[in-house]
Design a binder for this molecule. Sequence first.
Ligand code: UGA
Length: 475
Amino acid sequence: MSGRPRLTVFGTGYLGTAHAACLASLGFEVLGVDVDAARVSALQAGTLPFYESGLEPLLRAGLRSGRLSFTTSYPAAAEFGDVHFICVGTPQRPGSGGADLSQFEACFAGLAPLLRRPCLVVGKSTVPPGTVVAYSQRLPATAPAGPGAELAWNPEFLREGHAVDDTLRPDRIVAGVWSDRAEAALRAVYAEPLAAGVPFLVTDPATAEMVKVAANAFLATKISFINAMAEVCEVTGADVLSLADALGRDRRIGADGMRPGLGFGGGCLPKDIRALASRAAELGAGEALEFLHEIDAINQRRRTHVVDLAREAAGGRLVGRRVGVLGVAFKPGSDDIRDSPALEVAARIRALGARVAVFDPAAMDRARKVHPELDYAGSVLGAARDADALLVLTEWPEFSAADPGVLAKTVARRAIVDARHVLDADVWRSFGWDYHAPGRPAPGAPGALPGRAAGVRPRQAEPPAAAVSFLAAAV
Ligand code: UGA
């Protein structure tokens, strides 16, 4: 290939659409490909089929420039592209922890026999270890171009809600390649971020594939670690927010990605740790990743615990109570409800006999389709109306900005569960709210400082009385 490579992107979900639109914004000609004709028409018309901040303007700019377009035609894509990125979904296989690679297989099997000239096929989908080696052997055997068609692996680390930034300015670019030609092609694609100083890490494809699943396993572990500490805080009267703050200031630990609360969900972390553990077991290394089952179990317990907190806040029972729920998306900045902890908690509370009114700034339509039994309010106030308990389950900024004085007049009982630790406990208590949060002491609990229960402790807190008398005895 000479000059700027022409690019295709197979799979137009969060990852593929962000990748296609961002590369078009860098000046490449990009063809997005999907088997879903309705999705392709929507994208071609400049409409994003999901919510992702900043992506729709980039999509429209790409379409206007003529550099970005979408198709369902594999032959057209094979003819067009020098570098083909595969970004299709790899969800969890129903009834098993393993990954369902059928979309990846269908994409590969559809594309490879059409590749007649030298090209690079680049896997970006998250796949369990061992996948890339098998496909790299099949590619030259299946493609008419023979060894001219080569496979490389270039995992994607973007977070939903930050897809554009994470694609254009990633922490690192990992290029898993078997040849200098493949490395040169990826360097050409990422010339602009590389010029801006983004580290380019060249590995073999099997390692690149591992980097992605290991990164997600580490991120999940960090979240479950602090949530496990929250469980211990609850029985000792310690405060998990102060604990996370103090731990995070150790540079070897770091505060990022260690927010305690309702735990992780979404289309990535939960299924990726299960797929990794499952593949490791198939390969005979199951023992090495046994701990990931515990990470998953800790995460699931958070959901049960928040249901328990809701019951406590609602006065000891859920049957016949009204519960207001703020947030159903798996995280703020997204309308994604795949394995959403918030939506699961809302549905469980409904199943336990409460009436549940939910509000979310972006994910209402998606949630309504899956859980029509919930009531869907038009605002924060609507969800709170006459509630016996109000729950904050997704940390949208509009929820942390909610006015406790106004809401106090709307609810039936002033009881709040702050499952994501976004509210100021002292302020809410000052408006008469009964404040509950996982991993934080209730007023009067053994570790709670007088007047500062469930608030971040002052830096130089008074030592408890027992410690003072010990010090006195020592001098
Ligand atoms: C995750 C990874 O962060 C990305 O690097 C990766 O590319 C992506 O999966 C993927 O495999 O495609 P994402 O699922 O978009 O990205 O979201 P995160 O920001 O990692 O959050 C995941 C879940 O963990 C959310 O439910 C969030 O609320 C929760 N979380 C996150 C916490 O409970 N505490 C934290 O400190 C951080």
